[in-house]
Design a protein around this ligand. Structure first.
Ligand code: SAM
Length: 280
């Protein structure tokens, strides 16, 4: 299966390249081709390359990529060889690309290509991790299927084990797309309004405040008057208050974290006035 490329494809530090190793490349193509990500791809801001692991199977007749697990147990396991060869092909492509226009970037000592295995056994993905991954120019994702992946190839190539939550899905394509969506939004130019990534939930450690659009009244519910006042300072204060309240109510864990980082300012002690004789 041919890799999926966007139009105006260009590499460089202003662009982000996602290389997704999968048994179902069409899922990735369908999932990432519409709306904001589709536009970002068409504008050359991000590249998605969904590579079919099956194309790298040493079994040229049946293109087998899975087998039974040693020691017994239900289900099949993805084998090491096709994944490793697929990864080496991606790595070679990246090295070749970097030996061109960004030659000064490749030899950064200790810099290692980040390879994310999406797995329920990983650290749970969050906005901070998205921001960290967004600093990379190339990111490789490995999507598991069936019972998972032979541990030896994971030991060999994976740098990050990341989950999207404490539940088990049938495959890694959806988790990879969830992560790619969140990371892509942080690539400069992908969102029309860069500010929105900052003010949105988690941007400042809080959930976003409630928002309203036209009409001013709907089903008897009115838009809070402060939002119609035109007083930007008061609107900002109201929004922060709402964000804090909402976070406290819905995500006490986040609220506690935010509170530690933003402790309430101590109230200024009122100075007692001296009387005319100089006594307190
Ligand atoms: N046997 C594995 C275990 O117990 O950890 C689960 C395998 S799962 C059925 C198949 C694949 O789906 C995994 O290899 C992984 O790539 C993906 N997957 C499933 N749940 C996931 C989650 N919560 N987050 C990220 N990836 C997940």
């Amino acid at each position: 299966m041919a890799p999926i490329h966007g139009g105006n494809l260009r590499y460089g530090t202003d662009y982000m390249n996602f290389h997704i190793m999968t048994l179902f490349p069409e899922m990735i193509d369908q999932g990432l081709s519409t709306s904001i990500l589709g536009r970002a791809r068409d504008n050359g801001l991000i590249l998605f390359e969904a590579i079919n692991i099956r194309d790298y199977s040493a079994d040229l007749k049946h293109h087998k990529v899975d087998d039974y697990t040693y020691g017994g147990g239900a289900g099949m396991l993805m084998q090491a060889q096709p994944i490793y060869d697929c990864f080496k092909a991606i790595e070679a492509g990246i090295n070749e690309k970097n030996s061109g226009s960004n030659a000064d970037e490749i030899d950064v000592p200790g810099k290692r290509l980040r390879v994310i295995y999406v797995t329920p056994q990983g650290a749970v993905f969050n906005q901070e991790m998205a921001a960290d991954f967004a600093k990379e120019e190339d990111l490789v994702f490995l999507c598991g299927h069936y019972e998972g992946v032979d541990e030896r190839v994971l030991d060999e190539i994976v740098t990050d084990y990341v989950s999207i939550g404490d539940y088990v899905l049938t495959g890694g394509e959806l988790p990879a797309m969830v992560m790619i969506d969140a990371i892509s939004r942080l690539v400069p130019g992908v969102l029309n309004n860069d500010e929105s990534a900052m003010t949105e939930s988690f941007g400042n450690g809080l959930l976003e405040y409630p928002q309203y659009s036209r009409p001013e009244e709907w089903m008897g519910r009115k838009v809070p008057a402060i939002l119609l006042s035109g007083d930007h300072k008061k609107v900002d204060e109201w929004r922060l208050e709402q964000s804090i309240e909402r976070t406290k109510e819905r995500r006490p864990d986040l609220y506690e974290k935010w509170l530690l980082e933003n402790p309430p300012k101590p109230e200024k002690k009122k100075r007692r006035r001296k009387n005319t004789e100089g006594n307190l």
